[in-house]
Design a protein around this ligand. Structure first.
Ligand code: SF4
Length: 407
């Protein structure tokens, strides 16, 4: 389909086709600039001028994982690296510290530990909610939910319902990459399949657990594959309405085994492709997923500010302890204090608004200055007390002690 026809159809609010979506995602040069302006206009009409951000903290409590996703440099214990596992009291300490910093959300995701079953996930969930009931608990990717359910031989839907009862508020829409199994098999043998990912998300939405949605791009996929992914998310959102946002995630290649072992893999997207993906995402999803988030972790602060002109209305969170992209070689840091996100937004000339996880505006919570040492991913791996298997027992953490679990 011609780009001009696809753009006109998007602006007329027509249901997008695979050919039309592919044409938009392939736009470069003058077409890209025209699409950027159209996306900016559509963003203004759909969500206004405000740029939002959330004060949150990541707790990636272990890098030990039974999977070997080729794009992942975070899980390194079985690649000759160092495995760590935070004890439950350290996980809770980090959440309590986040609360004192003014955070409204904690985001908990980690590797798939062999010993962690449904009861273990429930124990972490319940313990965090008990310690910090004010914090929105955004936790457990579809891959982790599938893992916990499988380890305990229970149904995904039942596990999700148990997690919700234990205090889970929403789930990250990570582990989506590109929802096409022919690509997924090349990205990660044994990765959760497209159908399984959609199944977990659908059950979560039906149970009243919203989720984010994501796409990892700039590796093996084509514009057609990206288009198929976006339309798949669109169809699910039309059925459930459970996605709170869409976040394009540019592939970070530096330390990814996928890049060094496969000459077909691209070194992440070029700048034009990034702009095209953001602008096309606004045009293709904005009417059903109005919140489009730029990832400062992947793009950096300056580029994120520029991408605000391509349909974006959110700059994500403070994160405090970003590990996944840092491990892959992303050079943009492990946290941004609220003041830095406010500077980023102010530079765009648009107003800023702190939000909660569900995009409800909130007034800034009182918080002490962010001038302490909040931890560093590299140091975490060197800390003897956090070593996986310390004292010969990886389950010394109450987090995985199923005997203490309270499902
Ligand atoms: S992406 Fe997740 S599941 Fe895959 S190896 Fe990394 S931590 Fe494990």
């Amino acid at each position: 389909m011609k780009f001009s026809v696809a753009l006109a159809a998007a602006l007329a609010g027509e249901e997008p086709t695979l050919a039309g979506a592919s044409a938009l995602l392939s736009a470069r040069g003058e077409q890209l600039e025209a699409m950027g302006q159209a996306a900016d206009k559509m963003r203004k009409a759909q969500v206004g001028e405000v740029v939002t951000y959330v004060v949150n903290r990541n707790i990636n409590f272990t890098n030990v994982c039974i999977k070997r996703c080729h794009f992942c440099a975070f899980s390194d214990d079985l690649r000759g690296g160092k495995g760590y596992f935070l004890p439950l009291d350290e996980i809770i300490r980090r959440a309590e510290q986040a609360r004192a910093m003014g955070a409204t959300e904690i985001c908990v995701q980690a590797g798939l530990v062999p010993e962690l079953d449904a009861a273990g996930y429930l124990r972490i969930t319940e313990s965090l909610k008990t310690a910090c009931p004010e914090l929105h608990l955004h936790a457990w990717s579809p891959e982790e939910i599938k893992h916990g359910a499988r380890q305990s031989r229970i149904k995904v839907r039942d596990f999700l319902a148990d997690l919700k009862r234990a205090g889970l508020d929403s789930i990250p829409g990570t582990s989506a990459e590109i929802l096409d199994d022919s690509i997924r098999k090349r990205l990660a043998v044994g990765r959760i399949t497209s159908a399984q990912w959609l199944d977990v998300i659908r059950h979560a939405h039906e149970l009243g657990l919203p989720s984010t949605s994501t796409m990892m791009f700039g590796h093996l996929e084509s514009a057609v594959d990206q288009a198929g992914h976006l339309l798949t998310l669109r169809r699910l959102q039309q059925q459930t309405g459970g996605f709170t946002e869409f976040v394009p995630l540019a592939f970070v290649h530096h330390q990814a085994p996928l890049f060094s072992s496969n000459p077909d893999v691209r070194p992440g997207p070029c700048a034009d492709e990034r702009r095209a993906v953001y602008a096309a995402s606004r045009l293709l999803l904005g009417d059903c997923i109005p919140n489009l988030q730029v990832s400062w972790v992947k793009e950096g602060l300056q580029a994120s500010q520029k991408l605000l002109a391509y349909g974006v209305n959110d700059v994500g969170g403070t994160l405090v302890n970003e590990s996944i992209s840092t491990a892959a070689g992303a050079p943009h840091g492990q946290m941004q204090a609220p003041a830095q996100l406010l500077d980023l937004i102010a530079g765009s000339g648009r107003p800023a608004q702190q939000r909660d996880t569900l995009y409800r505006p909130i007034s800034s919570a009182a918080s002490r200055p962010w001038d302490e040492d909040y931890g560093d991913w590299q140091r975490l791996r060197d800390e003897p007390d956090f070593a996986y298997g310390a004292s010969g027992n990886p389950s010394r953490s109450a987090a995985v002690s199923t005997s203490q679990a309270k499902p």
